[in-house]
Write a protein that binds this ligand. Structure first.
Ligand code: GLA
Length: 374
């Protein structure tokens, strides 16, 4: 039994290679494989859409039909100083998506991170008044969404407004404007582009209390006739969490709302999580013991990752009628934010392409979920 367990991953690898051939022979573009199921995408960094990473750009244009911006549309990027908008990078991102006829996603209008301090400060250096913050929010959303009207097809209007227990996060937005900041954001986005899809986006929605919080939030918006098009579930996963049952339940529960479901930030972290990490966006310092695969990912781990991706995609394929798009957070392992979070400076392997731009066993196992459905 033990020897079977040890050889199973290798056998899996052998059969995947046998069925799909080598990377160059058997590689099918993801967007073609899933063409009848959902759009498939990735979050891009500036190098990929401005011609400084042609290898990355080539993977993107070959495999994806939707893109998200990793950073260039966040508040601190487009309006670092009040009223001084900088669209230089965002314009290139949108032009890239238009050139390749992709669904272009806008990420994100309202968040508690990557938002400059001035947003929450009044002219006197004290906390900003309710009225002024509301006006700043209106102006920001109208300017950004208005600029790309008809070109950005879907916006993450509000990102991560919930705590793990489903209550609202006590962000500066909530403290100053109350819950209304969420409905205002959707209202302003709708005014600026009535035809764009408007999403609420968050992580760990597979956990029941948080998932219930998201459903209650969307229902609350709908009860006020606020237009919401869908829920984005980020899906920053680990090898063993969340369970496949919880992922499936999440899609089914959101499906009952009759709204679009987007998988917005998919990746699978293969490294150990430090015990002292709070779970928030801030990273802890590097420790050798937390960086076990500095040179390469051992084959056994490579196969675990491939099997995990296959399990995840089997759920997506099963419920594809409910799913609008599946977007990976970054393109190759070298690009991933998980090399720097939750521990700085590690070597992580969360995506489908390796550091040299080659598809990994996980790439082929994702494809196999469609070609070899049981
Ligand atoms: C969150 C945000 C993204 C990105 C990732 C990590 O999930 O929504 O914009 O910052 O964290 O890179």
């Amino acid at each position: 039994m033990l020897s079977l367990m040890k050889t199973a991953p290798l056998m899996f690898s052998f059969f995947v290679t046998l069925i799909f051939g080598t990377a160059s022979l058997g590689q099918q573009p993801l967007k073609d494989v899933f063409a009848n199921h959902f759009r498939i995408g990735a979050a891009l960094n500036s190098k990929q859409f401005s011609g400084r990473d042609m290898r990355g750009a080539d993977i993107v244009t070959t495999n994806f039909n939707t893109i998200s911006p990793e950073n260039v549309l966040k508040w601190e990027s487009v309006e670092p100083v009040e009223g001084k908008f900088d669209f230089s990078e965002a314009d290139k991102y949108v032009a890239f998506g238009q050139e390749h006829k992709m669904l272009i996603v806008g990420h994100t209008l309202v968040w508690h991170h990557q938002t400059p301090k001035w947003v929450f400060e009044g002219p006197d250096g004290k906390p900003v008044s309710k009225e002024l913050l509301k006006e700043r929010l209106r102006k920001h959303i109208h300017t950004v969404v208005g600029r790309y009207k008809g070109r950005i097809g879907a916006w993450d209007v509000v990102n991560e407004a919930l705590n793990e227990d489903g209550t609202l996060r006590n962000s500066a937005w909530l403290k100053i404007l109350g819950k209304e900041y969420i409905s205002l954001a959707f209202q302003f986005a709708n005014e600026a582009d009535p035809s764009a899809d408007l999403f609420y986006n968050d992580y760990s929605l597979e956990n029941e209390p948080k998932r219930k919080g998201a459903i209650a939030l969307v229902k609350w918006l709908q009860s006020q006739n606020i237009r919401v098009s869908g829920i984005g579930t980020q899906s920053h996963h680990m090898l063993d969490q969340p369970s496949i049952a919880d992922q499936e339940r999440t899609i089914i529960d959101f499906g009952k709302l009759g709204l679009k479901i987007a998988i917005t930030e998919l990746d699978v972290d293969v490294l150990p999580r430090p015990r002292d990490h709070s779970g928030d966006i801030v990273s802890v310092a590097y420790r050798e013991g937390l960086d076990p695969y500095k040179k390469n990912l051992p084959d056994e781990m490579q196969q675990r990752l491939a099997a995990r991706y296959a399990d995840i995609f089997r759920v997506f394929v099963k419920h594809h009628k409910l799913i609008d798009r599946v977007t990976f957070w970054c393109v190759t392992d070298a690009d991933s934010w998980l090399n720097g979070w939750p521990v700085q400076g590690r070597t992580n392997y969360p995506l489908l392409w390796d550091r040299s731009g080659k598809p990994k066993p996980a790439f082929f196992s994702v494809i196999s979920t469609l070609n070899h459905r049981q």
